[in-house]
Ligand binder design. Structure first.
Ligand SMILES: *[C@@H]1O[C@H](CO)[C@@H](O)[C@H](O)[C@H]1NC(C)=O
Length: 427
């Protein structure tokens, strides 16, 4: 029985390949419906042509730029090594310390970034001596950056070589500060110096940095179109202009030389001295190119956007700082330890170029055409649900088949599943 039936449906399936289905169409002669349908089609066509193709430049092939940036900072800053003066004018000749480009740009060349010192804490002539050094008396005695407290040498002996704030515990107690001495570079950096550096007027702060200028040179290349662009030589490219100009959003937007304070105020920094000089900051310099190579332009100009991305209100660690040492070679190796605060600029270049091409045009148009079926769906809904004669249209469009009418068929199915009963429909 089952075999015969299987053969039957197999033949049936094979034969169905040789059949053809066509859709029955209901043609509605209604001006209202026709108008709605055409308007919907027009809106969708308008979207495809007006928005996707023309406005979004769907007719263009796109290319992403590869780029390189370097920067040069100019300016001179003066600080005072005598930490008791409150104004640089009171600094004695022998304590004056001048910082030039080679001093305050650290490291001298970085790819896609630049750092300028604006404030520093210096611990000079550190050496490593047998017996170690007294630990910072203000160092915390808790946490990972701890110093060990003691009453007698035995207290320190117990934790010998444990990492302390500024070195490794030596095993001797410094009775003056009640803290274990440390092996390492000393005299150690004192946190009271660091605290003093965060008060306006500290003689190693460098207010002159806000008047420094930064020349940003950037070139971009579109590998697909084999075209090169850059941020120099736009607009007025005479040598005398480039030597003296300063970038300004509205009047000198092609000038590649930026005053630091202009960058900071474009990034939303209100006061150089109050907000960034003491603790430092991280600023992104976004350089954006959007080139339309169909227009007859030889150049396409960048747009700059500046954002401060460190969190100034972060209590754990705000701004930007790091430590480094300058070593002196002598009988006993020695070094000057610097903790520097400053401005880190991060350059982010993005460039896109578009040029007419048939393939993207066809792709945009083709994918847009798919949307046209929306017009049919919406018009169908309107006609069969919303219009005044909706029910009439509905009846003409949909042939309703009730379950009652197929009941006979359903009974036969149940009968067939019971083998003990005789079933007239088997033949
Ligand atoms: C920055 O430049 C302005 C104008 O040239 C000058 O008046 C000001 O004193 C300078 N500021 C510092 C801190 O050097």
């Amino acid at each position: 029985m089952a075999g015969g039936e299987g053969k039957f449906s197999c033949t049936q399936a094979a034969l169905s390949v040789l059949e053809y289905d066509t859709l029955k169409t209901v043609h509605i002669k209604s001006k209202k419906v026709g108008l709605i349908f055409r308007i919907l089609q027009l809106v969708i066509l308008g979207y495809i042509i007006g928005y996707a193709i023309i406005w979004q430049k769907g007719y263009q092939a796109a290319d992403q730029a590869v780029s390189t940036v370097y920067s040069k900072v100019k300016g001179v800053a003066v600080t005072c090594n005598d930490l008791n003066v409150t104004s640089i004018r009171n600094c004695s000749d022998s304590d004056i310390r001048v910082w030039d480009t080679a001093d305050y740009v650290i490291p001298p060349q970085e790819s896609n970034a630049a750092f300028i010192v604006t404030n520093s804490v210096q611990t000079s002539n550190q050496t490593q001596q047998p017996g170690g050094w007294p630990e910072d008396p203000d160092a915390s005695t808790k946490g990972s950056q701890r110093a060990y407290t003691c009453e007698k040498n035995a207290d320190c002996e117990a934790v010998r070589f444990s990492p302390s704030r500024n070195g490794a515990v030596s095993g001797k107690c410094d009775l003056a500060t009640k803290r274990c001495m440390v092996y390492g570079w000393g005299p150690v950096e004192l946190s009271k110096d660091d605290d003093a550096s965060q008060v306006l007027g500290y003689p190693r702060q460098m207010p002159q940095v806000k008047n420094f200028t930064m020349f940003i040179k950037n070139t971009i290349f579109f590998p697909h179109f084999q075209r090169k662009f850059g941020n120099t030589g736009l607009g007025n490219s005479s040598a005398s202009y480039l030597k003296s100009c300063l970038w300004n959003e509205s009047t000198d937007r092609y000038c590649p030389v930026f005053r630091i304070e202009d960058i900071l105020s474009a990034a939303g920094v209100k006061s150089f001295e109050q907000d960034v000089m003491m603790a430092g900051a991280v600023i992104t310099v976004q350089i954006r190119y959007d080139c339309n190579l169909d227009k007859n332009v030889e150049t396409c100009a960048p747009e700059y956007r500046f954002t401060r991305i460190d969190e100034p209100n972060n209590t754990l660690s705000n701004g930007f700082n790091f430590r480094f040492a300058r070593y002196a070679i002598g009988e006993v190796p020695s070094r000057d330890l610097y903790k520097v605060y400053g401005l880190r600029f991060v350059f982010i270049v993005s460039g896109t170029a578009g040029k007419f091409d048939f393939v993207p045009l066809l792709v945009t148009f083709g994918s847009g055409l798919g949307l046209l079926s929306l017009a049919t769906i919406v018009a169908d809904l309107l006609v069969t649900k919303c219009l005044r004669n909706a029910e009439f249209y509905y009846d003409r469009k949909y042939e309703i088949v009730n379950e009652d009418e197929v009941e006979g068929e359903a009974i036969n199915v149940t009968i067939r599943q019971k083998p003990e009963e005789d079933t007239p429909l088997l033949h």
